[in-house]
Design a protein around this ligand. Structure first.
Ligand code: MG
Length: 162
């Protein structure tokens, strides 16, 4: 059996007039992620963790930011497409563990919905997905409310990867 680990990271600027979407869940707030797609930093970090674990590339190669197909894209579709490519090589998900750094609003009340949303996109049990909520402790771009950051680590396994 093969086991592989992947790491993903993303940061998006928070600006007025954009939805705040994390883990595929829209969180009511007066600012949201700037970006070509819906800007879901958490799903982007997860997408990179899965692609990286399988050494298939990264989110920028799979979904080029200058490609009009991904303008305003629902990041759940990006994650699904990346995960399909990883799964097609015989990999299955052991677990995902993630961190969201967001000063305001609090992410914790939305954590369970985000876990369910991520698990649904990947077609796995919710207990394979966890997300922790951190603030920026008032420091730097996250702490000043100008950005959201997300990290994800993914463990994948296969009997005999293709
Ligand atoms: Mg991104």
């Amino acid at each position: 059996m093969s086991v592989r680990v992947g790491l993903g990271y993303d940061l998006h600027r928070l600006v007025p007039g954009r939805p705040l979407v994390l883990g595929g869940v829209e969180i009511p707030f007066e600012r949201g992620e700037d970006g070509h797609s819906d800007g879901d930093a958490l799903l982007h970090a997860i997408t990179d963790a899965l692609l990286g674990a399988a050494a298939l590339g990264d989110i920028g190669e799979f979904f080029p930011p200058d490609d009009p197909r991904w303008k305003g894209a629902d990041s759940r579709e990006l994650l699904r497409a990346a995960w399909d490519a990883v799964r097609a090589r015989g990999w299955r998900l052991e677990n995902l563990d993630c961190v969201v750094a967001l000063q305001r609003p609090k992410f914790l009340p939305h954590r369970e919905r985000a876990r369910e949303s991520i698990a649904a996109v990947l077609g796995v049990e919710v207990d394979r997905v966890f997300v922790k909520a951190k603030t920026g402790e008032g420091l730097g771009p996250v702490g000043e409310g100008d950005a959201v950051e997300a990290w994800a680590s993914a463990l994948i396994s296969a009997e005999a990867p293709v």
